[in-house]
Unconditional design. Sequence first.
Length: 223
Amino acid sequence: MTPFSNDNVSEAIDSDLESPLRCPPMPRAFLCLVALVVILAAAPHAANAAPITIDFEALSDGDVITNQFPGLVFSNATVLTAGGSLNDADFPPRSGSDVAFDKSGPVRIDFTSAVTSVGGYFTYAVPLTLSAFNSSNVLLGSVSSAFNANTALLGDAGSSPNEWLAFSGAGIAYVILSGDVAGGSFTLDDLTYDSEVTVAPEPATATLLLLGSAVLGYRRLRT
C-alpha cells in the first residue's frame, strides 16, 4: 500500500490549489485599468518640434519671397541685402546681410501645417502689428510694436532696431504683418516658428513603467 490513497492525493492536490501561494484572479476593474494604461501609452500625442528660423540668407537681393521655404508661403515680401538695396544704416539686419521687407503692403505668411508660435525681429518706420489667424480665418490674437518707430537713425527715444515681436497659440494657420498700408515700412529678420507635430508612441519604456506602477498598486491592494 502507498502512504496516500487516491482520495488523499486528490485532497492534497485540491489543498495545494487553494494554498495562499496561488495568485488570486485579478478583478475586472484592475484589468480594465491595465488596458487603459496600455491604450494611453500607445496613443499618438502632439508635441512641439524644434523651432525653425529663417534668416533669408539663401536668397538674393531683390528676390520676391513666395514658396522658397518648405511649409511657408509669403505674400508681398521681397529680399533686401545690406550693401545693396537695403538702407542698412537705418534698417540693419539682425544676422547676416539679408532681410525681408513689405514691398507693396502688409506681408502675409501662410503655413501648410498649423504652428503654435510665430515671431521675428522687426525694424520699422511706422507702428507694426502681427496678427495671427486660424484656418477658418478667425483672428486668434495680435501683438503690436513697442514704439512708433525703431529705426537706427530716426527711431523713437529708447528704441533700437530689430525688436522681437511674437505671438503664441494653438492652430495658427497664417499671420499678417501690418505696417504702412502702401508697404516699404519695415524689415523682418530671423523669422522663427514652432510647428505642432504628432509623435508616434515609444511603448518599450513608457508602457512598461506604467504597467509596473499598475501592478505594484494592485499588489498593495492585495496585501
